[in-house]
Design a protein around this ligand. Structure first.
Ligand code: ADP
Length: 468
């Protein structure tokens, strides 16, 4: 058994804003059969605290970044949780990172520094009876843990891993916060965590961890370039030797289609149309389940949409995010073949994926992407931008892909409205050939999207770090 402490700010099914939660929630179960005992350290948001039955206090800290805190151990939904109960930091209503008005909490740096601090304490031997051999940290919210471990527990024999789920989120804080984040001014350097005059907690993790991973091989390559590295490409180039990409998988128990063959989709498509009040149509019913942000390229979808609608296609979108995008999509519903639901709704997300013909992911950058993987499994063909994990998971219906009989979806490049419009032409063309479409659906549904390979890759990484 290898003991691993996974540190994350969100974890499905308890608290989720995006793919990170799915991955953090699935990893322990995926790795258990390989002999990995993973415990997950998570902030005690109200929703998380409410889900705990028989919590057991395993660690106390009378002054954790401004108030008393404790760590409680509990099993929830098959997860072996260590929950950081720090009411002064986490007992707040709403989303994990934002005030009710949508703005970031001003003390987010401290809120997640505390998570890293406790993680380092546990990795440093602070928990009686359980000493992790690996500290696996996810995104900026956990990224101070490897730094604190080095700085405050230098003798700990623990391998550290920093996983980048999205480099757009860097955990920036003004330099005035050095003392309140318990950071040493001596490390406010280019080699340390300094980033254009600010503190970057993500950078602290990237320069401190033994290994760096990200969530697809293509994104690992892209991160080394100025176009995708978002200012951290130089840091990553310097650490290229310890950087690797491991694809995210899908929890096959959670994402299990209620049909075995593509024809089984019909009744779900009918139910979806009925639910959203969409008429019958000749073209493909395209679905989107996404955060509405610049990253996701949905402004390009708005521009290219007429090309889909003109060919008898339909769009059903579920998402929430930037107000301008929300408004623009609301306006798009003037067309009878467009249905838009603003908000977060897991049941509707599932129905969209069950009932859609194609799922659209026109992202400008996409570390891995999960919804195209759901699409594959459900025979809902992914139409994706050629970037990041979308490159690594979809086989394009190019002439070669079709002739070899291996295509599972469509990719377009560059990520522009014009290229997306042309992809809609191809999509509608394929859809009008039911035999071709069915073949692709079968390929898609057979494509392995589970955790097997990636769990083995993480296990190999852990083995390498523990010297096994
Ligand atoms: P990201 O993490 O960048 O948001 P991913 O594709 O990796 O993108 O993961 C997004 C996850 O969040 C998926 O599980 C998707 O189904 C889910 N999701 C996104 N928006 C919504 C929404 N409005 N309602 C329900 N689920 C959503």
């Amino acid at each position: 058994m290898i003991r691993v402490l996974s540190v994350t700010s969100e974890c499905a099914p308890l608290v989720k804003t995006g793919g990170l939660a799915d991955v953090a929630g699935a990893l322990p179960g995926a790795l258990a059969p390989l002999g990995v005992e993973m415990r997950t350290l998570l902030p005690g948001y109200p929703k998380v605290m409410a889900a705990l039955k028989k919590p057991n206090t395993v660690l106390e800290d009378p002054d954790l970044f401004g108030g008393p805190a404790r760590v409680v151990a509990a099993k929830v939904a098959g997860l072996d949780l260590l929950v950081l109960d720090a009411p002064h930091l986490y007992a707040r209503d709403g989303a994990p990172y934002n005030r009710p008005d949508g703005q970031d909490w001003p003390d987010n740096p401290e809120r997640f520094a505390a998570l890293g601090w406790i993680a380092a304490q546990i990795a440093g031997g602070g928990l009686a009876g359980w000493h992790p051999e690996i500290l696996h940290c996810h995104d900026w919210q956990a990224a101070l843990a490897p730094y604190y471990l080095r700085a405050h527990h230098p003798d700990a024999r623990v391998g550290t891993i920093m996983t980048i789920h999205n480099i757009a989120f860097q955990g920036l804080a003004p330099v005035a916060k050095l003392p309140s984040l318990r950071l040493s001014a001596a490390d406010m350097t280019q080699e340390g965590f300094e980033f254009w005059g600010n503190i970057s907690t993500l950078k602290a993790g990237l320069v401190s961890a033994d290994r760096i991973t990200t969530v697809s091989p293509t994104y690992a390559d892209e991160l080394l370039t100025p176009a995708f590295g978002m200012g951290l490409d130089g840091v990553l180039r310097a650490r290229q030797g310890v950087l690797s990409g491991i694809l995210n998988g899908v929890d096959l128990g959670v994402w299990a289609p209620p049909y075995r063959t593509p024809t089984g989709k019909r009744r779900y498509k009918a139910r979806l149309r009925q639910t959203l009040d969409l008429p019958e149509a000749d073209g493909p019913l395209c679905v989107v389940v996404s955060r509405l942000t610049y990253q996701k390229g949905l402004d390009l979808l708005l521009d290219a949409l007429p090309r889909l609608l003109d060919q008898g296609g339909q769009l059903a979108l579920l998402g929430s995010g930037e107000p301008e995008l929300e408004q623009a999509f609301r306006r798009a519903t003037a067309h009878a073949n467009v249905a838009v639901t603003l908000g977060y709704d897991e049941a509707l997300a599932r129905l969209l994926i069950e009932g859609g013909d194609a799922i659209l992911v026109p992202s400008r950058f996409e570390p891995c992407g999960l919804t195209q993987l759901y699409g594959l499994r459900y025979g809902t063909l992914p139409l994706v931008a050629y970037t990041g994990g979308l490159v690594d998971t979809v086989i394009d219906a190019s002439p070669a892909g079709l002739r070899a009989g291996v295509a599972t979806g469509l990719q377009f490049h560059p990520t522009t409205a014009e290229a997306l419009s042309r992809a809609f032409d191809r999509l509608c063309g394929l859809y009008s050939h039911p035999d071709l479409w069915l073949r692709m659906q079968r390929n898609a549904m057979r494509h392995p999207v589970g955790w097997d390979q990636s769990a083995a890759d993480y296990k190999a990484l852990y083995d390498g770090l523990t010297g096994r």
